[in-house]
Write a protein that binds this ligand. Structure first.
Ligand SMILES: Nc1nc2c(c(=O)[nH]1)N[C@H]1C(S)=C(S)[C@@H](COP(=O)(O)O)O[C@H]1N2
Ligand SMILES: [Mo]
Length: 505
């Protein structure tokens, strides 16, 4: 019986390669900074004492990092071989090896600056790959051990499975590499992009009410909520981008990126929110958007009077239908190219997305937009409307208490309460707060540059010792009062008063 360690070690090493490949591909596809192996390398660099690191660098020069990564991979292959050999007599021992390595990888990933919990996903994928691939590979080895007469057949099966898995690993890593490099190129194009005329103003005076703890009036790009169905964010080079405008138009038009940004720019503060935002939730943000007015472009192509919407499609195939009236009226519906004075972040739709004041994102704010079909609501179904969401999605009046936090302990007596309220394109007229279901009391409002943004509000209330319930409601400039009726986010946005509990002591 040939139960040599060699084949078990090879099985372990191939398994290691497969896990490294899937974890690398996951990192690239999800555009998670770097693979776990690189995270480990960075950690080693960080914890290597300075003088020692210097000496090493003097010795190996620019090759320090490639050599380090090479060393880590050699070490990992050895650990893989060890796991394979341990697998001869135990199912558990190799798993323990994988667990220790995965823990090291996850640790290295999580100590990176700005690490998020999703960054460990590649490690998890690698671990699952290790466990499943090793058990697939050792199948033939175990059969051969118990049936010596099948030895040569099982050897062929083993080599075949190992070969196929090895090739698959290379393929997966290669695919990940292609996705990742597309991302890096687009990030570079974005960094080098100069957009004439795009300004970067500070939040206008008076928009902050001066109570710390309220969500900042201007939302920085990095803090702006993200919603998209794409798992791997589309990477579109400006030079490859076009927008085709067709359908019920007099003259079809295809715009390139240069065509678009050569046009007159419009800029404004606009608050964008998601229909899935729960009462009191954070799927809302306010930014300075720069772009090209859609109304002007539509005037050029000429609209058929029978049309009532535009079916917008993004590079990744997501779509939504937007009422033509909101794209042609006086509001600043735009093909946005910049957000807070910077080219759109890739996750927020680089190079071009739609922004329409007063509509939820799911019916308007198409990121990586490439196609506008002028059509009729009765002729189309879009991604979310197909899934039970409403065809039209005008934003609903909403208000939120940010200070104090729900469940907070506060000092009894005078307590500052504050938050944000919004009713884009109508504007907020007033905000009121009630304590323990009592009388509504008018809050003070900060200023806003237009009705398209949210507004900060604050009020000082008096709380006796004990548990209290605070709630908020807003009224828009049409006189419509925010309803207290609690509704779920489906099909057209949540309603109800944001209500919190505090304990005054
Ligand atoms: N291509 C694409 N665009 C999209 C979506 C999407 O899933 N794919 N989601 C929409 C939804 S539901 C919202 S609320 C906004 C969110 O924009 P943000 O991620 O920039 O905040 O984008 C909209 N545009
Ligand atoms: Mo959304």
């Amino acid at each position: 019986m040939d139960d040599s360690r060699g084949r078990w070690a090879a099985a372990g090493a191939v398994t290691m390669v497969a896990g490294l490949a899937t974890s690398y591909a996951t990192a690239m596809a999800l555009t998670i900074r770097e693979s776990p192996v690189v995270a480990v390398a960075e950690l080693i660099i960080r914890i290597t004492p300075g003088p020692l690191a210097e000496r090493i660098i003097r010795f190996v020069g620019q090759l320090d990092k490639p050599l380090l990564i090479f060393g880590i991979i050699v070490f990992l292959l050895a650990m893989g071989a060890l796991a394979g050999i341990l697998g001869r007599n135990s199912v558990i021992r190799p798993i323990l090896v994988w667990l220790v390595l995965a823990a090291l990888g996850a640790g290295a990933v999580m100590v990176q600056p700005g690490a998020r919990i999703v960054d460990v996903l590649p490690v998890v994928v690698g671990f699952v790959t290790w466990v499943t691939v090793l058990s697939a590979l050792v199948g033939p080895l175990i059969t051969a051990r118990h049936h010596p007469e099948l030895e040569s057949r099982e050897r062929r099966v083993f080599l075949m499975v190992a070969g196929v898995l090895g090739l698959a690993a290379v393929g997966i890593a290669g695919a990940g590499r292609i996705v990742g490099s597309g991302r890096r190129h687009v990030a570079e194009s974005r960094r080098l992009l100069r957009l004439d005329g795009v300004t970067r103003p500070l939040a206008p005076a008076g928009t902050a009410i001066g109570l710390t703890g309220i969500g900042s009036w201007q939302t920085p790009n990095d803090d702006f909520y993200l919603i998209h169905t794409a798992i791997s964010v589309p990477t579109v080079e400006p030079k490859d981008w076009t927008l085709r405008i067709h359908g019920l138009v007099d003259r079809e038009l295809t715009l390139t990126y240069n065509d678009l940004v050569a046009r007159e720019l419009t800029e404004s503060w606009i608050t964008l929110n998601c229909v899935s935002n729960e009462v009191g939730g954070g799927l809302v943000g306010n930014a300075w958007w720069s772009g090209i007015r859609i109304a002007d472009i539509l005037a050029e192509v000429g609209l058929d009077p029978s049309a009532d919407c535009i079916l917008q499609t993004s590079e990744d195939g997501w779509n939504c239908a937007t009422p033509l009236s909101t794209l042609t009226d006086e509001r600043n519906a735009m093909l946005a190219v910049a957000m807070n004075g910077k080219p759109l972040p890739i996750e927020h739709g680089f190079p071009v997305r739609t922004i329409v004041p007063g509509l939820y994102g799911y019916v308007s704010a198409t990121k990586w937009v490439v196609d506008y079909e002028v059509t009729r609501f009765s002729d189309v179904v879009a991604f979310w409307t197909q899934r039970g969401w409403s065809e039209e999605g005008p934003v609903k009046i909403a208000s939120r208490i940010d200070v104090p936090r729900s469940g907070a302990d506060v000092t009894s007596g005078e307590v500052d309460v504050g938050g944000l309220a919004w009713a884009q394109h109508t504007g907020i007229d007033s905000v009121e707060v009630a304590i323990d279901g009592g009388e509504w009391m008018g809050a003070q409002l900060a200023e806003t540059p237009s009705d398209d943004t949210w507004v900060q509000w604050a009020i000082t209330v008096t709380l006796d010792e004990g548990e209290h319930e605070l709630r908020v409601r807003a009224t828009d400039k049409d006189g419509l009062e925010q309803t207290g009726v609690r509704r779920d986010v489906v099909p057209d946005g949540s309603t109800g008063w944001h209500t919190i509990q505090v304990n005054a002591t």
